[in-house]
Design a protein around this ligand. Structure first.
Ligand SMILES: *[C@@H]1O[C@H](CO)[C@@H](O)[C@H](O)[C@H]1NC(C)=O
Length: 526
């Protein structure tokens, strides 16, 4: 274990100090106006690594850093988008996929309009002459209306996709994924799907793509015309400014998918070598001894403090029957009524460092991507309670790979909670499988953060690196998926063939009729 961590440390040191062929320091505009704490973990890990290499930043963010590096100017838009982030904090019930999608248009409309009209952002749009930027780092999470900056500054964009692929991840890079072999992240299907699953996956994948490109984006575009002026090119044209996408996925966890050279997997880039834990926390973990500790957290967006009281009490009742210690990221009042001695509550916890402690035997999680990555990086088995977005897909993967099990968020009874805990802690297969997947994740030629920094500077060194961009990115959908070719080579010949056959049959019938008449009378006579 020791040597592995020191390897990671060396990799990170390499990012920060070596890589000598560094491009000259660039002036970078970063646009991450709508981000949760976990998404910001991805964005800011990249921007901080780049800033430490001498690049200058202007960052539009809803999660400003408390102590930003030098040369790092922040425009705080949290107050404008906070209410949309809060939509995702409920733990009452599973959020319906349809209700989430139906909110998308109004949500993006409000975010685009309010952020683009923020006085500091307006300065970026209207200052004359415009400041000289070399590159734009752009959110790939419902942020296409901000592509207008690429038009103003005429510089390449790199999209960062913190939560997995969005419709424009593939649209902007020209990456072709067929819904027959790549499951979208909403339904929790494995990539190897049955025929009915392939039908559902195709309908939902094509449906969401169409909905997003033909309903949400045109709405964003009308906001862009108000803000950037009538002459702003269409979003599909502005996609030409996208040099590459950094995708927070990795094939070790998210499946082996086709990737064009301008789509780079950097999943796990936020994972750092473990740091020393705060003293009291360390004592709590050390003191658990052989029985170990269960760590329970629903991440940075969902709040377990929003649990209905009954659900909260089911957890307390379950935990009070355990010999293990339990550490619960609990944002509400403490102590809780009936709180047992083995349960410790903390409002915030250093998750990565905690998961690296050898006494942590189990992680009860909402199944968010970052938690999934961090648990597998540290080799801690999981119980997932998925609520929305990609959480059920991540946790289905956990079940399929036998890295743990999952609980139904609508059925959190003491009995179910205890059964799941006893299953994962009682059966060594889960921790064995976790150790194996940990080995695969650790076996990478470069650290994902190193890779992200390399590719950003690659785009800077090669003026946008347009050679990475496949022709597929410039074709219309019917050209790319060969509907036009199919039409010319199959449909037209088929129509011509059917038409000719029809005419021929008619003609032959006519000929036969005129010949048969005298024939039939002669036959009868014979
Ligand atoms: C809740 O869990 C119990 C035990 O696993 C199960 O018997 C029951 O059917 C579940 N209820 C619902 C509504 O899923």
């Amino acid at each position: 274990m020791k040597t592995r961590w020191s390897l990671w440390a060396a990799a990170i040191a390499a990012v920060l100090m070596v890589q000598p062929e560094s491009s000259e320091s660039a002036n970078i505009l970063a646009v991450f106006p709508f981000c949760s704490r976990s998404h910001n973990n991805i964005y800011s890990t990249i921007t901080k690594a780049l800033a430490s290499r001498g690049h200058t930043f202007t960052v539009i963010t809803s999660q400003p850093l408390a102590s930003p590096p030098p040369n790092y100017k922040q425009i705080d838009v949290n107050s404008l988008v906070a209410r949309h982030l809060n939509v995702f904090t409920s733990t009452d019930e599973k959020m319906g996929i349809l209700s989430m999608f139906s909110k998308l248009k109004d949500m993006t409309d409000d975010i685009c309009r309010s952020v683009l009209n923020h006085p500091e952002v307006q300065k970026l749009i209207h200052q004359n002459p415009p400041e000289k930027y070399d590159l734009i780092l752009m959110t790939n999470f419902f942020g296409e209306c901000f592509y207008g900056f690429a038009h103003i500054y005429k510089v390449p964009m790199i999209l960062i996709s913190p939560g997995g692929p969005m419709p424009s991840t593939y649209g902007a890079t020209g990456n072709i994924v067929l819904p027959s072999a790549v499951s979208n992240t909403v339904f929790g299907f494995d990539d190897r799907m049955t025929f009915p699953q392939r039908i559902i996956n195709t309908l939902t994948s094509v449906g969401f793509f169409t909905y997003y490109y033909h309903y949400v984006m045109p709405n964003m575009y009308s906001v862009m015309k108000e803000v950037f002026g009538e002459n702003i090119p269409k979003i599909s044209e502005l996609e030409n400014y996208v040099s590459l996408v950094l995708l927070n996925h990795h094939f070790s966890l998210n499946g082996a998918h086709p990737l064009v050279p301008n789509l780079i997997e950097v999943g796990g880039l936020q994972v750092k070598p473990p740091q020393e834990l705060p003293k009291e926390l360390k004592q709590f973990l050390d003191g658990a001894g052989k029985d170990g500790v269960i760590y329970f957290s629903l991440g940075s967006v969902l709040k377990s403090a929003n649990f209905p009281t009954e659900t909260r009490d089911e957890f307390i009742a379950a935990f009070s029957e355990l010999k293990q210690r339990v550490l619960w990221k609990w944002e509400g009042e403490s102590p809780l009524p009936g709180q047992p001695k083995n349960l410790r509550l903390e409002k915030w916890l250093p998750q990565q460092d905690l998961l690296a402690h050898p006494n942590v035997k189990l992680f009860i999680t909402h199944g968010g991507l970052l938690s999934f990555q961090e648990a597998t990086n540290r080799g801690v088995p999981l119980i997932g309670i998925p609520y929305f977005a990609d959480q059920s897909t991540n946790m289905q993967k956990v079940v399929n790979l036998k890295l743990g099990t999952k609980l139904d968020a609508a059925n959190l009874t003491k009995e179910n909670i205890l059964n799941a805990i006893n299953e994962v802690l009682g059966n060594p297969v889960y921790s064995t499988n976790m150790k194996n997947i940990h080995k695969i994740i650790a076996d990478q030629r470069d650290h994902p953060l190193d890779r992200a920094v390399y590719w950003v500077e690659y785009v800077l060194r090669h003026n946008g690196a347009k050679h990475l961009r496949p022709a597929a990115a410039d074709l219309r959908w019917y050209q790319l998926y060969m509907f036009d070719i199919f039409f010319v080579l199959v449909v037209i010949p088929l129509v011509v063939f059917i038409a000719i056959s029809y005419v021929m049959i008619k003609l032959i019938k006519k000929l036969c009729k005129s010949k048969k008449k005298p024939d039939s009378s002669s036959k009868k006579n014979q």
